[in-house]
Design a protein around this ligand. Structure first.
Ligand code: AMP
Ligand code: ZN
Length: 114
């Protein structure tokens, strides 16, 4: 999608620190990290929010979880623990409308959220 910042990152039209790429998903470092590890994992397909997922998209997100496992292990946060989250729509705190998952770790996460 032309005016989507994450589509531009996928197309390498704007720079980012790539962590992982395959046919279905990419991962790159969040530009404004909120924890020592803060990586964004996104489907290559432009899906604005999780509410916009079509039937065929669910298997892409299952694959994305597999990639999240791999990255968490590679970054050394798997055993200590981490958080994988997606924000949806304004009250969910979503700012970028291309579905993405925040992989966060390297410090104690707190609940409740927000
Ligand atoms: P959300 O509030 O879930 O929509 O989060 C959007 C995230 O995208 C924020 O954590 C931003 O710091 C991050 N972000 C925005 N622009 C970029 C960019 N060009 N490169 C990497 N991360 C970005
Ligand atoms: Zn997009």
């Amino acid at each position: 999608m032309a005016d989507c910042i994450f589509c531009k990152i996928i197309d390498k039209k704007i720079p980012s620190k790539f962590v992982y790429e395959d046919d279905l998903v990419v991962a790159f470092e969040d530009i404004n990290p909120q924890s020592p590890v803060h990586t964004l994992i996104i489907p290559k397909k432009h899906i604005p929010t999780m509410l916009d997922m079509q039937e065929e998209d669910y298997q892409v997100i299952a694959h994305l979880f597999k990639v999240a496992n791999k990255i968490a292990r590679e970054k050394g946060i798997a055993d200590r623990g981490f958080r994988l989250l997606t924000n949806c729509n304004p009250e969910g705190g979503q700012i970028v409308y291309h579905l993405h998952f925040h992989l966060m770790g390297g410090r104690q996460m707190r609940s409740p959220f927000g």
